[in-house]
Design a protein around this ligand. Sequence first.
Ligand SMILES: Cc1cc2nc3c(=O)[nH]c(=O)nc-3n(C[C@H](O)[C@H](O)[C@H](O)COP(=O)(O)O)c2cc1C
Length: 187
Amino acid sequence: MTRILGISGSLRRDSHNTSLLRAAAEAAGPDVELELYEGLKEIPPFDEDDDVHPRPPSVARLNEAIKRTDAVLFSTPEYNSSIPGQLKNAIDWVSRPVATNVLRNKPVAVVGASTGGFGAVWAQAELRKVLAALGARVLDIELPVPHAHTRFENGGLTDDEIRARLEETIESLADEVRERQEQKAAV
Ligand SMILES: Cc1cc2nc3c(=O)[nH]c(=O)nc-3n(C[C@H](O)[C@H](O)[C@H](O)COP(=O)(O)O)c2cc1C
């Protein structure tokens, strides 16, 4: 069983990005368990003075959840052509200490939904850049969901092409996890 943690960059109750992750969880095959992370809003603003042990409980929880999972699937909105502040803030917390941060060598993929015509491509690109800088194994995929408000009904995905792309993304993540496990076993 491959465990994937889904992290939505939106805190909004009816978020299209959170709906996209729910659709991904439904699209996942029987060998994959995709669990959504629910605690991003509680993460305090990063302050290096507070980056001491024990860390704030909300930060410790996120760190532990990433540590325990095999892979992470991020779904990010685009705010002013970039990553939402709270998502970046959370990543800044878990990026420390940088040499042993929990995202290092972790297979990750990024998808994104926006109500605009480009599907959060800039935010996805920036998020991939940040994750790569932390040493994550960032899948070279992009899954833009433009005009997101037209693709969900009562939170359910109505676009079969996007569902198929989500399935592919999850399979690629699971393949990356297997490859990594095989490499580790060979050492
Ligand atoms: C502060 C803010 C900035 C935004 N900037 C962009 C943007 O640069 N590009 C874009 O396509 N949509 C932008 N949007 C619209 C979002 O794509 C839209 O609100 C989307 O539904 C957010 O994702 P969510 O449904 O997961 O909350 C912005 C929305 C907000 C609130």
